[in-house]
Write a protein that binds this ligand. Structure first.
Ligand SMILES: CC(C)(COP(=O)(O)OP(=O)(O)OC[C@H]1O[C@@H](n2cnc3c(N)ncnc32)[C@H](O)[C@@H]1OP(=O)(O)O)[C@@H](O)C(=O)NCCC(=O)NCCS
Length: 156
């Protein structure tokens, strides 16, 4: 098995878009409950134009994980905010260590920008995964993708 994490590039856009939409739709049902309006709002900026805009956004750093030569996860950080902004795995490649490797790379990216305390908003789906990776809950739930999410922090 070969697992690498690298910066996203323009040629990845169609596969990134497909993966993001599939991950949200198929894995995050506990969050969107299959509600069409919530799903549409959540995936609205994940079409190819939206992903291209993310790559072009200088404030975002986008990484992808490749498992055995195929895109397996997409992640992003906003260094200026110390924030993990995206972390989605292909539904067919769960539980193979892909998100763990990607999250470690995202945390390193933030650390490289001088971030000491990182932040994110977790889905309900990923909450236990982040706890296992050393993230802790802040006090409140916050509005997130038409539902609610959990603010978390981690000292890097
Ligand atoms: C939860 C999710 C992020 C985990 O990704 P993954 O690639 O399947 O996880 P990994 O294989 O990298 O697992 C890494 C570790 O976390 C643990 N883990 C994974 N999912 C877990 C869960 N739901 N609860 C508890 N632990 C979990 C694994 O057991 C593994 O631990 P180990 O290294 O001790 O064996 C992913 O399955 C998922 O559902 N993603 C949906 C998109 C999403 O919600 N993204 C977050 C947006 S904020």
């Amino acid at each position: 098995m070969s697992l690498i994490v690298r910066p996203a590039r323009e040629a990845d856009v169609p596969e990134m878009s497909r993966l993001l939409i599939a991950s949200i739709t198929e894995l995050c049902a506990a969050d969107h409950g299959g509600r069409p309006e919530q799903l549409a709002a959540w995936t609205a900026n994940k079409d190819e134009a939206g992903v291209r805009a993310m790559i072009d956004n200088a404030a975002l750093c986008l990484l992808v994980a490749e498992l055995d030569g195929r895109l397996a996860a997409v992640g992003a950080v906003v260094p200026a905010n110390g924030e993990v902004a995206l972390n989605y795995v292909d539904p067919g490649r769960r539980f193979r260590g892909v998100s763990k490797a990607l999250l470690a790379a995202l945390e390193s990216e933030l650390q490289g920008h001088g971030v000491i305390e990182a932040q994110l908003t977790s889905t309900m789906t990923a909450r236990a995964f982040y706890h296992a990776a050393g993230w802790t809950d802040d006090d409140d739930r916050v509005a997130c993708q038409g539902g609610s999410g959990y603010r978390m922090t981690k000292c890097l």
